[in-house]
Design a protein around this ligand. Structure first.
Ligand code: HEM
Length: 440
């Protein structure tokens, strides 16, 4: 079979951050591409990025995610970037003595044998058994966040007040949780939020807070680079403190970590902090806001889950699929291989698109519908295989505890305006969610 090649317009749309702000046209685009085949060749009409294979089929995305020998993370950028972005990353990392297409050396840019050794350092910490020890703290945080939200809605101006769920709840709550885990003091949290938004929201002018409507790729790369450098400096300071005064948090594990008897490098340690800090909150914020949107759009569903809390985990899981906050990761083929009817060559770059895979109707009937009772909701929003999300149990726990707290305090919610999505090809989701609520 000849490989489907995206039209220039479709190829542009797949890598344009603005496409990810308009959800329905984005899903239409992926449906149209998938209808021609689950794997599509994307070639840059302007020649400003390398060609890659876009994976829109669920089975193919699962296959690539699970075969960590044939599909590697390290050789090329693991988050889509154009030529100038990659050149900047290489220039910066060359100066640090380890040239790489990825600015940050973290779990997601590594392969075996190093990846599993680094991952094992904190794997147990993130398992449900250990998370039990912090569950009560997270429950209290969830209760405080829900209290503040209800209070904000009562003190908001007007007879029929509107509150924005994202800055009040969805953004700060997962940030608090992940910062507690990393041992970052509360007064430094705004700085961490700002830096993460600079890194992941670098393509969105509201989130990167640059105030610029249209940024060139070079400007975006500079913003991201500045954020990475600040993260590294901050976390080296934290590691030094933990060596002097150890506790039982993840920061202490990383500050003293060794592999094969050798201390891990400062770059690896900083990368670890950054991936946990960054991956741990914007993602969960997006799925949390998505769950609230789904409840606001369906009062019957809200009433059902309010009456029966055993439905909360189903809502959480479906919200994670429905929103797919991590929109893609890239892989590089280590050998020639057939995938979804096309011939992939050694060295080829592939985009595992989780949004597209999680909306493949062959796996999820009526995929755009929010259906909390989907049987065996085996979505790919957390990825699969060796790199499957380290924080997935934590993300589920956080969301469950938050919705339990919100349902205790709220009798009804209603959408009070058009929610806005972030312009970002990588981590995406709602950046505003205006609501009217009726407190219990
Ligand atoms: C709804 C929330 C979340 C989503 C949708 C999400 C999604 C993902 C995805 C798609 C990957 C890559 C999987 C792959 O390549 O197969 C990943 C990796 C990762 N996630 Fe999450 N994540 C979430 C929450 C979290 C949280 C709360 C943490 C930690 C506090 C976290 C930490 C990580 C780390 C460390 C990795 C790298 C794992 C590796 O490469 O071995 N994530 N996540």
């Amino acid at each position: 079979m000849t490989a489907p090649i995206a039209s220039p317009a479709a190829a542009e749309a797949v890598i344009d951050p603005k496409s990810y702000a308009a959800w329905t046209p984005l899903l239409d685009l992926f449906d149209q591409l998938r209808s021609e085949g689950p794997v599509t060749r994307i070639e840059s009409p302007r020649g400003d990025h390398d060609p890659f294979w876009l994976i829109t089929g669920y089975d193919e995305a699962m296959k690539v995610s699970k075969d960590n020998q044939t599909f590697l993370n390290a050789p090329r950028a693991t988050v889509f970037t154009n030529h100038s972005g990659e050149a900047l990353a290489r220039e910066v990392t060359r100066k640090q003595g380890e040239e790489s297409p990825n600015l940050v050396s973290s779990l997601v840019v590594l392969d075996a044998p190093k990846h599993p050794k680094l991952r094992r350092l904190t794997q147990d910490w993130f398992m449900p058994k250990n998370l039990k020890s912090i569950e009560e703290r997270i429950r209290q945080l969830a209760a405080r966040t829900a209290d503040k939200f209800v209070a904000a809605s009562k003190s908001a101006p007007g007879a029929d007040p509107v509150v924005d769920f994202v800055p009040l709840v969805a953004a700060p709550y997962p940030l608090h949780v992940v910062m507690q885990i990393l041992g970052v003091p509360e007064e430094d949290e705004p700085k961490m939020l700002f830096l993460t938004q600079q890194m992941f929201g670098g393509q969105d002018e509201d989130l990167s807070q640059s105030g610029m409507a249209e940024m060139t790729p070079e400007m975006i790369s500079q913003i991201v680079f500045g954020a990475v450098a600040e993260f590294e400096t901050y976390f080296e300071g934290l590691a030094a403190q933990r060596r002097a005064n150890p506790t039982d948090d993840v920061a202490t594990i990383l500050a003293n970590a060794t592999i094969d008897g050798e201390p891990i490098s400062a770059r690896d340690r900083a990368g670890y902090y950054i991936i946990v800090a960054a991956a741990g909150h914007d993602t969960t914020s997006a799925s949390t806001a998505g769950a609230m949107l789904a409840l606001a759009q369906d009062p019957d569903q809200f009433a059902r889950v309010k009456a029966d809390r055993s439905l909360v985990p189903g809502i959480v899981e479906e919200a994670i699929r429905w929103t797919s906050p991590v929109q893609h990761f890239m892989r590089t083929a280590s050998a020639d291989v057939e995938l979804g009817g096309v011939q992939v060559k050694e060295g080829d770059w592939l985009m595992v698109n989780y949004v597209a895979a999680n909306h493949d109707p062959a796996q999820f009937p009526d995929p755009r519908r929010f259906d909390a009772s989907r049987p065996a909701n085996r979505h790919l929003a957390f990825g699969a295989g060796a790199h499957q999300c380290l924080g997935l149990h934590l993300a589920r726990l956080e969301m469950r505890l938050l919705f339990e707290a919100l349902l205790d305090r709220i009798d009804a919610i209603e959408l009070a305006g058009e929610p806005k999505r972030a312009k970002s090809t990588f981590v995406g989701g709602l950046k505003t969610l205006p609501l009217r609520i009726k407190a219990s």
